[in-house]
Design a protein around this ligand. Structure first.
Ligand code: AMP
Ligand code: MG
Length: 423
């Protein structure tokens, strides 16, 4: 059995960023850039006022005070969007607004609160140095500068920045196509009648939602009986058509746990089976070569495409926790993420927790701020089959492999659950 860290490292070694695709700005949220973005123009585009006020020549207001204002002739008005071409001469000022282009000759802007307009003139009650309240052309971004690097996640401010720079399309990594195969003779689809011994299939819904949370929209979902030939056939089709195949159930050591054997007979190379962790011990991971199909990434010839296969245990909590701790990172790396994003912080444990040595535990917990530090407590329902314990958690409390008793007040690492980080 390998450790959680080793298993994650192996997965990330096999997960490679997918080839690029051009995407439109309005569809780009959540993708990762596949090119560096340079500024084709400076930002700001021109010298502009940072305030509503009056544009002046600095020497004209050098002696201005509240009790002895400078008196300047008002020589016009520039609003945002105006092309201010008429120069402003000594002894004059212009009314100017935030974002308006600064006309030639204007050296500073005095905020309107320090000025008083009286019939064709303005009294300025404050002395300002040259440059005051003016956003300089290129002060934020020089023309030609690299603004965003390949691998950047496209968030709302990144969208805004790309729009500022005039990019309506650009290259991103395409997202993985995912097939989700849910195994189990006992499973009944939502809305169908339950018979004795049967249960509702929750994993197909929970995992499809987890995929959506990771930004994966293209998912095909199939429910399969615990029968080797049908499983193998379904796997072969899924491996062919997807970048990532996710299975649920059938990876333990029971007589009807067929996923690993079916995968191997479909040509999947096993990378690991079983991880020293709880929940999620029976996790299976393998790789399948999609043969001669050539993928192109960034104009260079890429290695032959691979389909990754991750076999999640059927227990609903094990499935989601393993998804969160492994699958999510693989899918994000394939989507172009450069370093795994994990929200792990130190927290003080609120009660004693005991465990077996030799496996890492991810205890479902609630973390809260207490006197500017974090406190974490396990939720009540800790069974691998108890979804309610995960639904009420906002974090996973990490308990180290060698620990047996972690006491109240001890520092532990807590990892925020990605789906709890919204809203
Ligand atoms: P397995 O990993 O197939 O041995 O399943 C372990 C446990 O998880 C069993 O109690 C199954 O009934 C349950 N289980 C498996 N698949 C699902 C599913 N899709 N939805 C809900 N429970 C499941
Ligand atoms: Mg099963």
């Amino acid at each position: 059995m390998i450790s959680y860290e080793e298993a994650l490292a192996r997965i990330l070694r096999h997960a490679r960023p997918l080839p690029c695709a051009r995407v439109r700005l309005e569809d780009a949220l959540g993708y990762y850039l596949a090119e560096n973005i340079r500024a084709r123009e400076p930002v700001p585009l021109f010298d502009q006022s940072a305030m509503d006020g009056f544009g002046v020549r600095a020497p004209d207001v050098a002696q201005a005070r509240a009790y002895s204002p400078a008196r300047l002739k008002l020589a016009g008005m520039v609003r945002a969007g105006d092309d201010a071409r008429r120069p402003v001469r000594s002894g004059t000022a212009v009314r100017i607004f935030t974002g308006a282009k600064v006309p030639p000759g204007v050296q500073a802007v005095v905020v309107q609160e320090s000025c008083e307009e009286t019939g064709g003139e303005v009294l300025v009650r404050e002395s300002v140095p040259a440059g005051k309240n003016i956003r300089r052309k290129g002060e934020e971004i020089r023309r030609g500068a690299r603004v965003l690097s390949a691998g950047t996640r496209i968030t709302p401010p990144v969208i805004g920045l790309l729009a500022t720079l005039g990019y309506s399309t650009f290259l991103v990594h395409r997202k993985p196509r995912v097939a989700l195969l849910v195994t189990g003779n006992e499973l009944v689809a939502l809305g169908k009648p339950l018979r004795p011994g049967r249960i509702r299939d929750s994993n197909s819904h929970a995992l499809a939602a987890a995929l959506k949370d990771t930004g994966i929209g293209e998912v095909s979902v199939r429910r399969i009986k615990d029968d080797e030939p049908s499983l193998r056939q379904a796997l072969m089709a899924a491996l062919q058509d997807s970048d990532f195949v996710l299975t649920s159930g059938g990876v333990s050591v029971g007589e009807y746990d067929l996923v690993k054997d079916a995968a191997v007979s479909a040509g999947v190379r096993t990378v690991f089976w079983k991880v020293a962790m709880k929940p999620g011990m029976p996790n299976y991971f393998g790789v399948w070569d999609r043969g001669s199909r050539r993928a192109r990434a960034g104009g260079k010839k890429a290695a032959p495409a691979k389909t990754l296969l991750f076999g999640l245990p059927g227990n609903p909590v094990s499935a989601l926790v393993s998804y969160h701790q492994f699958v999510r990172h693989a899918l994000l790396k394939m989507s172009g993420q450069r370093t795994p994003g994990r929200f792990v912080f130190p927290a003080a444990l609120e009660k004693d927790v005991s465990k077996k040595a030799g496996r890492a535990e991810f205890v479902r917990g609630v973390v809260r701020v207490n006197n500017r530090a974090l406190n974490a407590a396990p939720t009540d329902q800790q069974g691998s089959h108890m979804l309610s314990g995960l639904a009420s958690a906002n974090c996973l409390i990490h308990l180290a492999s060698d620990a047996t008793l972690v006491e109240h007040g001890q520092q532990v690492a807590v990892e925020f659950l990605s789906w709890e980080m919204h809203g």
